[in-house]
Design a protein around this ligand. Structure first.
Ligand code: ZN
Length: 199
């Protein structure tokens, strides 16, 4: 969030082609560049963690890549994941992306976000387009992958299968991680991201 440094009372600035503009006094803050965000979405078992190192390598210097789980511990506090305010969690990531944009790069977020999760958040106006790439796999493959995890990981298998189906049915860009190695899947995701950036 940008607040005007010229106004005597707190005034929330709005995006402007020159940066952030104060609606009260017209002051412009030029350090408010905006960039697109790419959400690599997938239900549990899609392969988000598996492709991460390969996606980092594919997009080095092109985009800054984050695994959204990295903010669960600091935002969950003593209650862990049960303590996370998910709207604040998602908004924090949009604000991180806005900060990355000041360094001249778009942001890639690996996390289970859908458009309805982000569109109404305060941070949404401080990024440009949000593109979604679904990491997918066949339902039985997802069940198998979740069952193979360590016992301390969650086992909400059928919820995750349904969420995976919902993503598959509603978002156009997808990569099936059962069709190739993690490196090949990351390469396919990077192709989609580069296509949007070039287009
Ligand atoms: Zn002002």
């Amino acid at each position: 969030m940008h607040y005007c440094q010229e106004c005597p009372e707190p005034s929330v600035m709005t995006p402007d082609r020159h940066g952030a503009a104060c609606p009260t006094c017209g002051h412009i803050d030029p350090v408010a560049a905006r960039q697109p965000v790419f959400v690599v979405a997938g239900a549990s078992g899609s392969g988000k963690s598996t492709i991460l190192p390969h996606l980092l390598a594919e997009l080095a210097g092109v985009a800054v890549v984050f695994d959204c789980d990295w903010l669960i511990d600091p935002l969950g506090g003593e209650k862990g994941i049960a303590g996370v305010d998910w709207a604040a969690f998602r908004d924090a990531w949009l604000h991180v992306a806005h900060g990355v944009a000041q360094n001249g790069l778009p942001t890639v977020l690996l996390g289970p976000f859908i458009p309805a999760h982000l569109d109404e958040l305060p941070g949404r106006r401080w990024v440009t387009d949000v593109h979604y790439v679904v990491l997918d796999c066949p339902d039985d493959e997802r069940r198998h992958r979740i069952e193979a995890r360590p016992p301390w990981r969650s086992r909400d298998i059928e919820d995750q299968v349904l969420f995976g189906q919902r993503l598959r049915d509603n978002l156009p860009d997808s990569v099936d991680t059962s069709c190739g190695s993690p490196a090949e899947s990351a390469h396919q995701v990077a192709i989609i991201i580069r296509r949007h950036l070039d287009g």
